[in-house]
Structures are given as structure tokens and as C-alpha cells.
Write a protein that binds this ligand. Structure first.
Ligand SMILES: Cc1cc2nc3c(=O)[nH]c(=O)nc-3n(C[C@H](O)[C@H](O)[C@H](O)COP(=O)(O)O)c2cc1C
Length: 171
């Protein structure tokens, strides 16, 4: 979907807990009131649509590649996400995406609980995502993945400790 991208941030409040659920494909099956409000859509425009309806062009693909890799492996993920609203504005959150299971062990759904991203985290994450996106555009997805790995290692982390590092960056 092409729409004008505005350099206008929408405030997420300290108390906001922005929740959505998805099926195995990432389609939205539930959205709470604040999720709907921030997105600028009405609920019926969101339900059954892919979460990528909110995808912002500033987001590096590698973050979503990592997210899906972890979810498919049954692991929960913490990731900073810049989302695009219906009218072209944006908002940042730290998303905790969890895998939920049925009693028989089969996948029930994915649940994302997002909170306001700290100003401190923006100082680290915005330049990081910019570098990853530039790498993706110049040298491709694999090079961007490698760059993320290298940066994590340089910070004493790894893909395995990604969540811990994101929580540390937030606080
Ligand atoms: C529960 C859940 C919540 C998600 N929330 C978002 C979100 O808020 N914004 C977003 O851009 N992608 C979100 N995604 C990831 C999307 O499914 C998708 O991978 C991403 O938008 C990239 O889309 P693309 O691969 O079509 O470019 C979420 C995925 C899941 C499973």
C-alpha cells in the first residue's frame, strides 16, 4: 500500500499496553483499543489483515526475519518496532511477542504486548536500524543479518541473548 510517509511521531503513553494477537501467518485476530487507536484504522480494517499493514519502511527486514525465526522455534521475542499509521505517521514500541499453545501442544496463536519505547532506547536503536537498513539496501538481506550478528557480538551479546540486550537497552 503506498501512502505518504510523514516525519510525525505519535506519542505512546507510559500506561499504554498495546496488544494484538495473530494466527500462524501473522494475520491480526485480535487488537485491543489502544492498538486500534494508535494505528489510525478502525477495527474492521485491521482484523484478518496481516500485521505488515503497519510495517514502516524504516524497519530493517532482518528484525522481522529474526522475529519469525524465533517464533517458529517456539521462542518469545523482545524487539523494538516502528509502526506506520494509516495516515503516514509513526510510533515506536518495545514489543514482546509470545507463542501460546493449546493443551495438546499445538500452536494457539502469537500475542504481541507492546509498551512505549524509552527515549534512551531510541538513541541506540534508531542508528542501529538505519545501519541495518542501509546494509540491506546496498548488500542484501544476508549482509544485513551478518551486520546484526557482528554488532551483537561487539556488545557482548548474540542472537541467543538478543532479548536480554533489548531489555537492557530499554531500561
Ligand atoms: C503477533 C505478531 C505481531 C506483529 N506485530 C507487528 C507490528 O506491530 N508491526 C509490524 O510491522 N510487524 C509486526 N509483525 C510482523 C509481521 O508479521 C511481518 O513480519 C512484518 O510486518 C514484515 O512484513 P513483510 O515481511 O511483509 O515485509 C508481527 C508479527 C506477529 C506474529
Amino acid at each position: 500500500m503506498s501512502r505518504e510517509i510523514l516525519d510525525e511521531e505519535i506519542e505512546v503513553k507510559d500506561v499504554d499496553i498495546v496488544v494484538s494477537k495473530s494466527n500462524v501467518d501473522g494475520d491480526i485476530t485480535y487488537a485491543n483499543q489502544i492498538f486500534v487507536k494508535l494505528s489510525g484504522y478502525v477495527q474492521s480494517e485491521l482484523l484478518d489483515k496481516p500485521h505488515s499493514i503497519l510495517r514502516h519502511p524504516d524497519m530493517p527486514s532482518v528484525i522481522f526475519k529474526f522475529l519469525w525465526q524465533e517464533l517458529k522455534a517456539g521462542n518469545d521475542v523482545f524487539a523494538f518496532v516502528k509502526n506506520l499509521t494509516k495516515d503516514g505517521k509513526y510510533y515506536w514500541t518495545l514489543a514482546n511477542v509470545r507463542v501460546t499453545k493449546n493443551p495438546d501442544g499445538s500452536l494457539r496463536n502469537y500475542v504481541s504486548t507492546r509498551r512505549k519505547m524509552s527515549e534512551k532506547a531510541k538513541k541506540t536503536i534508531i542508528p542501529l536500524y538505519k545501519a541495518l537498513l542501509e546494509k540491506e539496501k546496498s548488500d542484501g538481506a544476508d549482509a544485513s543479518w551478518q551486520l546484526l550478528n557482528d554488532i551483537l557480538v561487539k556488545n557482548g551479546a548474540s542472537m541467543q541473548t538478543f532479548n536480554d540486550l533489548m531489555k537492557k537497552i530499554q531500561n
